[in-house]
Design a binder for this molecule. Structure first.
Ligand code: PEP
Ligand code: MN
Length: 362
């Protein structure tokens, strides 16, 4: 991603690259916050995160320890020197966070979807020089994400960043929140000077996905990572499955291939990874379209069976092939390629229909 030359808060405040934010999903006890902070002190992490007020999708789950947690965070800062980051979701949270001199405030995915909430937070933060990070909204709509940034900019808040934590989908994928990398890339093109941070914890929802997601973030030139870490992840009061120990955090960040900012071929790697991600997404679409095509072929197989019609109808196949050759030429695809491709697709359709007919004739 092309960054503009203007210095942003990352450079002005001389944060290391990548910026590392780590800490538990939720502050649970004073002892837990301090223990995690001390273990993270040995890593490259410079900001300690913890949820104080937790937005839960369903009621009845742990909803955060509340304002008492701010004291534990302050204690952690004075013992370790780590800066502090918490989520704020209304003006009351903002007031308490500012009073506790929290360094970084983030707006969560469930708040970014609501222009009323974002405006309330922007008004409460008017003119602040605190760092304010905006998570992508739950749903894959970058205008809500952009709108939140714009509301904060209008409130004269300049140290802004964005956090990509993935998007909800109706169909389950291997991710808790689907990355939709292209959306984050588009978002970045609108705000080239706003640092972009990846949250592989909420994106993956599983600790074994964190390394690969983080590496993709580095390959796509993200500015930082926010990773949930807990001394005893399995016992965490929220998001247990996705948290990792501070030791594992250290290993992961040490193994990441971080592109050298000034190497002459850095741009090459960034561009090629971006293009490959696009290709991967297109390939996934091609496959799911082919799967859908075969389902329709199966339905046709049922109809042919009922009407006692042959699977192969030569005119129909020739007509498809001619039409695709013509359409292919307009897309700069050779006749030979189109013929081979559609022969293979047609062959697969025939096999599907054969299966259908044989099954229904049993
Ligand atoms: C969190 O960071 O703990 C959190 C609640 O994340 P999100 O807003 O991305 O769901
Ligand atoms: Mn969490």
């Amino acid at each position: 991603m092309q960054k503009s030359k203007e210095a942003n808060w990352l450079q002005k405040m001389q944060f290391k690259h990548p910026l590392l934010i780590a800490g538990p999903c939720s502050a649970e006890t004073e002892e837990q916050v301090l223990k995690i902070a001390h273990q993270l002190k040995e890593s490259d992490s410079t900001i300690l995160r913890a949820g104080i007020w937790k937005p839960r999708t369903r009621p009845g789950n742990f909803e955060g320890v509340g304002a008492i947690g701010l004291k534990w965070m302050q204690q952690a800062r004075s013992e370790t020197g780590l800066k502090l980051a918490i989520e704020v979701a209304n003006k009351d949270h903002v007031e308490q966070a500012l009073k506790a001199d929290i360094d970084v405030l983030w707006i969560g995915a469930r708040s970014t979807v609501s222009p009323f909430i974002v405006q309330e937070i922007a008004d409460a933060l008017q003119g602040t020089d605190k760092i304010v990070l905006v998570k992508n909204p739950v749903n894959p709509d970058i205008s809500l994400w952009m709108g939140a940034l714009e509301r904060l900019q209008k409130a004269n808040i300049n140290n802004l960043g964005a956090i990509h934590r993935g998007f909800s989908t109706y169909h389950k994928t291997k991710y808790r929140n689907n990355p939709e990398w292209q959306l984050a890339i588009d978002f970045q093109n609108h705000f080239p000077n706003v640092p972009l941070i990846l949250d592989p914890s909420h994106m993956g929802g599983r600790r074994d996905l964190i390394f690969d997601l983080s590496q993709t973030g580095m390959d796509l030139n993200y500015d930082g990572l926010m990773i949930e870490t807990h001394t005893t992840p399995d016992q965490a009061w929220s998001d247990a499955a996705q948290q990792i120990t501070p030791q594992r955090f250290l290993e992961i960040t040490a193994q990441l291939r971080v592109r050298n900012e000034h190497a002459s071929n850095r741009d090459f790697h960034i561009k090629i990874s971006k293009l490959r991600k696009q290709i991967d997404e297109i390939d996934a679409h091609i496959l799911s379209n082919l799967g859908n095509r075969m389902k329709i072929a199966d339905e046709i197989g049922h109809l042919k069976r009922i009407e006692n019609v042959t699977i192969l109808q030569k005119e129909r196949w020739n007509e498809i092939l001619e039409r695709m050759k013509e359409a292919g030429a307009t897309q700069n695809l050779s006749e030979n390629f189109i013929t081979e491709l559609f022969k293979a697709i047609h062959q697969e359709s025939i096999e599907h229909q054969q299966n259908t007919i044989q099954q229904t004739s049993k």
